[in-house]
Design a protein around this ligand. Structure first.
Ligand code: NAP
Length: 493
């Protein structure tokens, strides 16, 4: 029995589309892309809260093989990313593969027929020779487990389910969370809310955003002479890489980079916030880089506004008409905004149940052992499976660097299979173990091990306290390695 599809890809965001483009290039055209949402774009379809924008420069945050010369700002707004996703889907003919509103429950390797059986919530099954999961890291919204939250009688909005008809004007709003999403949203809500109370559990490092409108002549230049935008990409990428590699991954050797970034963030805070008590509360008590920092020119100064209050006392409970903190203080609100982020380690690794050879359950394997995947993509006993959102897969910088590195890995692996006339692959235990050991050793130099991260509550760390999300190498070396890994790492048949 042959599979219905060459490959089933779960996720129609940039990761899934990148994978499909690569598979097409390799000659695989019988593809199926499933997505639980009602349109393509992943994160950039789901998120449309006010203030949404990229916080990695747009010249960098896009496919290198599909530059967009028309970004309106250095850091483009979210709506432009959604349009860019649509453009890519059209240009590379990907829409014909996509099926929306399909919730995938799980996938099981059928060893008799050498293919994957993918089951969906509506009771259907589809089969594919290859299975690729591109479900993102930030795709399972976290609902906070706070006493009484279900009793709140006003409007409740999680940032991933923004109600475009909601008008903050005149509302008494409580925002829970101060991550990168809240940093973008809070200045927008503060423009017209009657009262805005921001409930902060952990302060975030915020550095200035070198943002600007991109003038028409620059866009024309990028369109006519693509090398100029390539150069901008190179500069942007190099700066980000220096901060990440020097300040975070090589904390032992280049602590000065890390301290420099923290000093820049503190100076930014000092310049923007007048009240020393508020300033102190907004200052993180953990090292820069332990947790994802962000960029904003408007977040800190929002706390100078008379209608905005920062509340850093812990929340005790939510009541039908307000929030009570552990000091007994109650603030009445009519709208509760949950900027509470995503559940990575409990709900996302993996996002669906995946059962491989010998009934190995991927989620259980990761939890019972350590979180691991060869080159952040493949796992022993999971033949023909490319898990694009795996431990050690993401560089922590532009997600497109990760996507394109992974595309290179797929290309090298599939070209070798084609050369051998083979159709199945499985990474060896030895290659996987070597990779895990190497990543573990590399982390020894990082801020995650040597810095003070205990109070950061960072999603870079899994439930066992290990920083297994980010790949602790430069993006340049990841890219190189994904195109040159030893082919003996795989058993190919
Ligand atoms: P996040 O960084 O995980 O932040 C969630 C916030 O909610 C944190 O401040 C967290 O506090 C708080 N929180 C969660 N549960 C809580 C509870 N029970 N009580 C009190 N506070 C609670 O999520 P996010 O802001 O959505 O950002 C996630 C990631 O998305 C970012 O790191 C970034 O990678 C990405 N992002 C990117 C952009 C972009 O422009 N490209 C924009 C937005 C987001 P604790 O820290 O104490 O847990």
């Amino acid at each position: 029995m042959t599979a219905q599809y060459d490959a089933v890809i779960i996720g129609a965001g940039f990761g899934g589309m990148g994978a499909a483009i690569q598979l097409q290039e390799l000659g695989l055209h019988n593809l199926l892309i499933l997505d639980r949402e009602d349109d393509l774009g992943g994160t950039w379809h789901v998120n449309h809260y006010p203030g949404l924008a990229v916080d990695i420069p747009s010249a960098v945050y896009s496919y290198s093989f599909e530059p967009n010369p028309y970004w309106s700002r250095l850091f483009a707004p979210g709506s432009e990313l959604k349009k860019y996703a649509e453009h890519v889907a059209d240009k590379y003919g990907l829409r014909k593969y996509m099926r929306f509103g399909v919730v995938v429950n799980g996938a099981r390797w059928d060893a008799e027929h050498d293919h994957w059986v993918v089951s969906t919530a509506d009771g259907d099954t589809v089969t594919g020779t290859y299975l690729l999961t591109a479900t993102g890291f930030l795709s399972q919204p976290r609902m906070p487990d706070i006493e009484g939250i279900d009793t709140f009688a006003g409007k409740v909005i999680h940032t991933t389910k923004w109600d475009n008809d909601f008008d903050p004007k005149g509302r008494r709003i409580g925002v829970i969370g101060t991550g990168a999403t809240a940093v973008q949203l809070i200045p927008e809500l503060a423009k017209s809310a009657a009262e805005l109370t921001v409930y902060q559990r952990t302060a975030i490092w915020v550095v200035p955003k070198m943002d600007a409108h991109v003038p028409g002549f620059v866009r024309q230049l990028f369109a006519r002479v693509p090398q100029t935008q390539k150069a901008a990409r190179k500069v942007g990428g190099t700066v980000l890489e220096a901060i990440m590699v020097g300040g975070v991954l090589h904390f032992r050797q280049f602590k000065v980079f890390n301290r420099g970034a923290a000093a820049a963030a503190k100076a930014h805070l000092y310049a923007q916030v007048r009240d020393p008590k508020v300033r102190k509360a907004l200052t993180p008590d953990y090292d820069f880089g332990c947790k994802r920092p962000t960029f904003s020119n408007t977040y800190f100064r929002t706390f100078n506004k008379p209608n905005v209050k920062l509340e850093s006392t812990s929340i005790a409970r939510v009541e039908p008409d307000g929030i009570v903190t552990t000091d007994g203080n109650k603030i009445e609100i009519d709208t509760l905004v949950l900027a509470t982020g995503f559940n990575l380690w409990e709900a996302n690794f993996p996002a669906i149940e995946v059962i491989g050879r010998e009934d190995r359950n991927l989620g259980k394997f990761w939890r019972d052992n350590r979180f691991q995947a060869f080159e952040g993509i493949t796992v022993p006993k999971f033949p023909n499976f490319l898990s694009l959102n795996s431990p050690y897969s993401y560089s922590g910088l532009s997600y497109f660097d990760t996507i394109e590195s992974q595309m290179r890995h797929v290309k090298r692996l599939f070209q070798e299979m084609q050369r051998q006339g083979a159709t199945t692959f499985e990474v060896t235990e030895a290659a996987n173990t070597d990779f895990l050991d190497r990543m573990t050793r590399k982390l020894d130099d990082s801020v995650f091990i040597l810095g003070s991260c205990e109070t950061s509550r960072s999603y870079y760390f899994n439930q066992h306290g290990e920083a297994t999300l980010l790949r602790p190498t430069s993006t340049a070396s990841a890219y190189e390695e994904q195109g040159t890994f030893p082919l003996e790492a795989y058993e190919i048949a």
